[in-house]
Design a protein around this ligand. Structure first.
Ligand code: 5RP
Length: 251
């Protein structure tokens, strides 16, 4: 008599991790491995969907090294990430000098200038980027371009004082962004409000203006009512892009 073969019990199908998510994780892990060193005690954590992989990798460095570190968030989302990972939370007013800040970006050009603010966090993100000895960007392959505004077409995110938004919009139209608009919450429930209580304008500019992001940044920043501009010029030391084929491009 032969024993019948055991019936295999049905296994739940693991849902495949989308290529973009793998690319984000790869960029984040590579950047952490290269830039978050054991001697680093104050670490800035940016915002967006790539940053959870940064925290994931930092946690994997172990409790021994992380117990002597403090983590500074760029907004509500990264604060939650830090707290949920049981890492020590700090603030930039306590720690105005940061060893390394790692953050995502909406687009990065050939010169490491970046558009940021897709998540309306760019004021705090810029403060943490500036406070850091080393500021590093992590992103997937879709964020890499020669000229800003090529892939990220919705425009430069601009944080404005609510009282001044109409005037800023009018001035943005005059300086070259006729399609600048106030960012609205989903279902048009009202304007998006940043963690700082301000409104966000998205201002697309023609390619010739985006080719010189520093000049554009200074022009926008001069407009009364503008709090911060989502153009990060000459700030990043490196950018890591996870590719579809599992490689990482380092700029
Ligand atoms: C938020 C940001 C984010 O870093 C940027 O939008 C990138 O996010 P993601 O990693 O989800 O693509 O600037 O203000």
């Amino acid at each position: 008599t032969s024993t019948p073969p055991a019936l295999a019990s049905p296994q739940p199908q693991a849902s495949p991790v989308p290529v973009v998510e793998k690319a984000k994780r790869l960029a984040a892990w590579t950047a952490v491995d290269r830039h978050v060193l054991p001697e680093h005690k104050v670490i800035g954590i940016g915002s967006g969907s790539t940053v959870p992989f940064v925290v994931e990798r930092i946690v994997s460095q172990g409790k021994a090294v992380n117990k002597d570190r403090v983590f500074i968030p760029t907004g509500f989302q990264s604060k939650e990430l830090i707290v949920n990972a049981k890492l020590l939370l700090g603030d930039v007013d306590q720690y105005p000098v940061i060893d390394v800040t790692i953050d995502g970006a909406d687009e990065v050009d050939h010169d490491l200038n970046a558009i940021k603010g897709g998540g309306a966090c760019h004021l705090r993100e810029k403060v943490l980027a500036e406070a850091a000895d080393t500021f590093v960007i992590v992103a997937d392959y879709r964020k890499n371009s020669e000229v800003l505004g090529t892939n990220w077409t919705q425009g430069v995110p601009i944080e404005v004082a609510p009282f001044a938004y109409a005037k800023v919009l009018q001035n943005l139209h005059l300086i070259g962004s006729p399609k600048a608009t106030l960012r609205m919450a989903k279902a048009k429930a009202g304007p998006v409000v940043s963690d700082n209580g301000n409104f966000i304008i998205d201002a697309p500019f023609p390619r010739e203006m985006m080719q010189d992001p520093y000049t554009l940044l200074t022009r926008i920043k001069m407009l009364t009512g503008v709090v911060e501009v989502g153009l990060f010029c000459h700030m990043a030391k490196a950018a890591y892009f996870g590719n579809e084929d599992g490689s990482v491009l380092i700029k």
